[in-house]
Design a binder for this molecule. Structure first.
Ligand code: PYC
Length: 322
């Protein structure tokens, strides 16, 4: 007997360890318009599709979804909406590199430059003939420097100072924190960064409210690199409490904006950001008038091509939503 079934075609990749699941088709029609408008329709009317793709039992807390959608900007090859276990991302650096690798794998793009429309602006993929990818992210900037935040850390009132910066998402970036950035300390790092995130929310501390409501939903901790070809190592806590396995493209953009504001990074100078698992992005900035435009490069690999099946008889067909 036939049962109603929804099929969603996806391609999985990872960029420097952080996974991206690109959705090729199978989502409801979002009605066109800008990618920001399509995101609103997805969030308000079809959010169960986000959950079906990235939440258990098909996905996991650290998986990022990337829905390819029609762009409104005539310069763009496609639009993309990024999402995760708890909601939607404004932009995503590792995900854009994963999208580039996926489009190249499908033969939908060739060597050259390709514009992608995100809910917060245009990003550009540069695909080299050897398959290497770099992306030009949305303009990034530091909003506020060394903003103190107080929180209870394991029974002790603690204060850290962090910069608030935009790199396509809002970040709170902390260099002096007393934590060890090591893979055997990830539980503690997660708890620590989450305590900061909650304290930011309690204090009502935000970025520029005219940009994505200023909601700071990523916390980034910095420390010395462990590899000789990196300038810094980071730990990035994402909105759904998963940590980024990659050095985080939007987070590295935010970091470079802060370094520039402090006079520590010049246009064209490379910034080599190591992730908590030892992978790496190489970034740089250029100035376009007053705008600081970050470029990032990293490696993505295709890991799976699949059809997700949403069976009407399956109570968890739209994922386990907690
Ligand atoms: O690479 O920008 C990024 C990112 C954001 C969340 C996970 N990765």
């Amino acid at each position: 007997m036939e049962h109603p079934l929804t099929s969603i075609r996806v391609i999985d990749s990872h960029t420097e360890g952080e996974p991206t699941r690109v959705v090729l088709d199978g989502f409801p029609d979002l009605g066109g318009g800008t990618v920001a408008q399509q995101l609103r329709v997805l969030r308000e009317h079809h959010d169960q599709y986000r959950s079906a793709v990235v939440n258990e039992p098909r996905g996991s807390d650290y998986l990022v979804g990337a829905l390819i959608c029609p762009p409104s900007d005539p310069r763009a090859t496609c639009g993309v909406i990024f999402f995760n276990n708890v909601g939607y991302l404004n932009a995503c650096g590792h995900g854009t590199i994963g999208l580039a690798a996926t489009l190249a794998h499908l033969g939908r793009i060739g060597p050259g430059s390709h514009v992608v429309e995100t809910p917060v602006g245009l990003v550009t993929i540069h695909l080299a003939a050897n398959g290497a990818v770099s992306i030009e992210n949305v303009p990034s900037y530091r909003f506020a420097a060394q903003v103190p935040i107080r929180f209870d850390w394991r029974g002790r009132l603690t204060t850290v100072r962090g910069d608030i910066a935009w790199g396509g998402n809002w970040f709170y970036l902390v260099s002096e924190h007393g934590q060890t950035l090591a893979t055997d300390n990830i539980e503690s790092l997660t708890e620590f960064a989450w305590a900061i995130r909650q304290a930011l929310e309690r204090a009502g501390t935000r970025g520029d409210k005219s940009v994505a409501h200023g909601l700071i939903d990523h916390v980034e901790l910095f420390g010395p690199p462990t590899r000789p070809d990196a300038d810094s190592r980071n730990f990035v806590l994402c909105p759904g409490k998963a940590y980024d396995r990659s050095p985080c493209g939007t987070g590295t953009s935010a970091k470079m904006a802060c370094l520039f504001a402090d006079g520590k990074l010049a246009p064209g100078q490379p910034w080599r950001q190591e992730s908590i698992i030892g992978s790496r992005f190489v970034g740089s900035i250029r100035l376009d008038g007053n705008a600081l435009v970050p470029t990032l490069s990293g490696n993505a690999h295709i890991t799976a091509e699949a059809v997700l099946r949403l069976d009407d008889r399956d109570p968890f067909r739209y994922g386990i939503r907690t």
